[in-house]
Design a protein around this ligand. Structure first.
Ligand code: SF4
Length: 253
């Protein structure tokens, strides 16, 4: 495949790591399938999207309103109050909801990240970016899993390289912190910090996966991922032997 102009995201890298065949379906052939018989999954996706939209409106200064009397959504009101407390608004900080950034990986491709919220500021001359990610799934997230996630790796690496070029002279270092916030379960967010050393390691990891993708023929199948894959019917007619399945942990999502 010709990767000129291709923008690698954490989703793309994750998809390849979970199954090269799946990457082929999604990113080479451009297939966009819906998982069959999994209404709950799509309902929870929609639910999450609605909450993200509510936060985006709030941090864009658009009136948000209330969900009083709407049983399905009324906990959003409490969640948003928690978000407001977790992310106080200061006049000298920039609040950028749904903020997208990208960095050059090689001559033909880039790595992109889209943040639920980026807060950019200076404190005692030091440049900072706080990356916020809202989580609405009904499974409590743990620090150890979040630190290993491809999402954390890509989001922090992209910010570390891009922000000094946009907000500084390109040479100074930015202090990157990432906060996962799951208002259903926590009063405080889970905080991840970053360093030059982590960035160097992450860059090697990311470039390694991208190299593997570029030389792949996308024929390798990872049957351990099939159970939760939308292409299960296409690959296996939904009939993979249960014994090949492993518990699927979305640690890289
Ligand atoms: S069904 Fe299984 S083999 Fe096919 S793309 Fe999905 S994970 Fe890969």
């Amino acid at each position: 495949m010709d990767f000129s102009g291709f923008e690698f995201s954490q989703n793309a890298l994750n998809t390849f790591r979970s199954c090269p065949k799946k990457f082929g379906y999604k990113y080479v052939q451009g297939l966009n399938w819906k998982k069959e018989g999994d209404e709950e999954y799509y309902k929870s996706l929609k639910y999450g999207t609605e909450f993200h939209l509510m936060c985006e409106r709030y941090f864009s200064g658009i009136p948000v309103g209330k969900f009083i009397g709407n049983k399905e959504y009324e906990k959003f009101d409490q969640w948003l109050e928690k978000v407001k407390k977790a992310v106080p608004i200061y006049e000298d900080r920039e609040y950028l909801p749904e903020y997208g950034l990208s960095i050059k990986i090689d001559e033909e491709s880039r790595l992109t990240a889209k943040y639920d919220l980026a807060v950019i500021y200076r404190e005692n001359g030091q440049l900072y970016i706080d990356i916020w990610d809202w989580k609405t799934e009904n499974r409590k997230l743990k620090y150890n899993d979040l630190e290993k996630r491809m999402q954390s790796i890509v989001y922090m690496a992209v910010a570390y390289e891009a922000i000094p070029k946009i907000y500084g002279d390109g040479k100074e270092k930015v202090r990157v912190r990432m906060y996962y916030y799951q208002p259903e379960y926590y009063a405080e967010p889970i905080e991840l910090t970053y360093s030059e050393e982590k960035f160097e390691n992450d860059k090697i990891k990311i470039e390694g996966i991208i190299k593997e993708i570029k030389k792949s023929d996308f024929e390798d199948k990872n049957f351990r991922s099939c159970k939760y894959c939308e292409f299960n019917m296409l690959c296996n007619r939904n009939s993979v032997d249960e014994s090949v399945y492993e518990d699927y942990e979305e640690i890289y999502e």
